[in-house]
Design a protein around this ligand. Structure first.
Ligand code: ADP
Ligand code: MG
Length: 237
């Protein structure tokens, strides 16, 4: 088995890793439930964007991924759709508590956008999504998390605060997304990210998305991802 570096379609799409799944052409190529397909259609998403067509089969196969693509390329659905599948695949959801999917984003605005995207796709599946970030009452967030959720979308600082308050446990967490990792590092969240990752079981699936890959982000990726596939779309970092 050898690591393959492959250019797909054009030089703009570069994929590297071991045994990389082939890209999909349509959402039909993913074995999504009819509920999820309906939710995608309702968004008006007719076909996957470049990053989605490469990343969806990789993430759906359970692999870790480093996704590098510029803003506006559709990265959110590339991690939210497989997360819904991942959660629905868990047996006996009610047995443990705490989120299954944990998504970290650099700012409250981004966390809120991701929260809305999660809600669109999870509503029809009975998946509970909580958003935790600064500027909102910590007590309200504490109560909401205590009531239970399957997904938490958070800024790193606020998530650490709530973990310290024991508002949630990471016992069930098996799907971790670090979105806009470069910006989280720029904002000084590296220690918080490392602390959060350290509280999640090592056999989790980990997804890291970034517009650029500075050395410190590259180092973190090497430390926390297992045998990742790297997908770069466009002329970036
Ligand atoms: P990124 O995270 O890469 O900056 P987003 O996930 O925020 O990008 O997506 C950018 C915009 O594209 C959003 O308005 C989103 O609703 C839209 N979008 C995502 N995927 C598709 C798709 N397959 N077809 C059409 N629009 C899409
Ligand atoms: Mg994004």
């Amino acid at each position: 088995e050898q690591e393959v570096v492959e250019y797909r379609k054009s030089l703009a799409i570069r994929v590297s890793g071991f045994d990389v799944p082939r890209p999909i052409k349509t959402f039909e190529d993913c074995s999504f439930s009819s509920q999820l397909k309906n939710a995608i259609a309702k968004q008006g998403y007719e076909k996957p964007t470049s990053i989605q067509s490469q990343a969806l089969p990789i993430v759906l196969s359970g692999r870790d991924i480093i996704g590098i693509a510029k803003t506006g390329s559709g990265k959110t659905a590339a991690f939210v759709l497989p997360m819904i599948v991942h959660i629905m695949d868990q047996p006996e959801l009610a047995k443990e508590e705490g989120p299954i999917g944990v998504i970290c984003a650099p700012t409250r605005e981004l966390a809120h956008q991701i929260y809305l995207e999660c809600k669109k796709f999870s509503k029809s599946h009975g998946i509970r999504v909580s958003a935790v970030y600064g500027g909102m009452s910590k007590l309200d967030q504490f109560k909401e998390l205590k009531a239970g959720c399957e997904v938490v979308v958070a800024t790193p600082g606020r998530l650490i605060d709530l973990l310290k308050m024991k508002a949630l446990t990471m016992l069930r967490a098996t799907y971790l997304v670090l979105d806009e990792a470069d910006r989280m590092f720029d904002l000084g969240f590296e220690p918080q990210i490392r602390s959060i990752v350290g509280q999640i079981r090592p056999d989790r699936q980990t997804l890291l998305f970034s517009a650029t890959m500075p050395g410190r982000v590259e180092k973190l990726a090497r430390e926390i991802l297992s045998d990742p596939v790297r997908v770069t779309v466009g002329d970036v970092g």
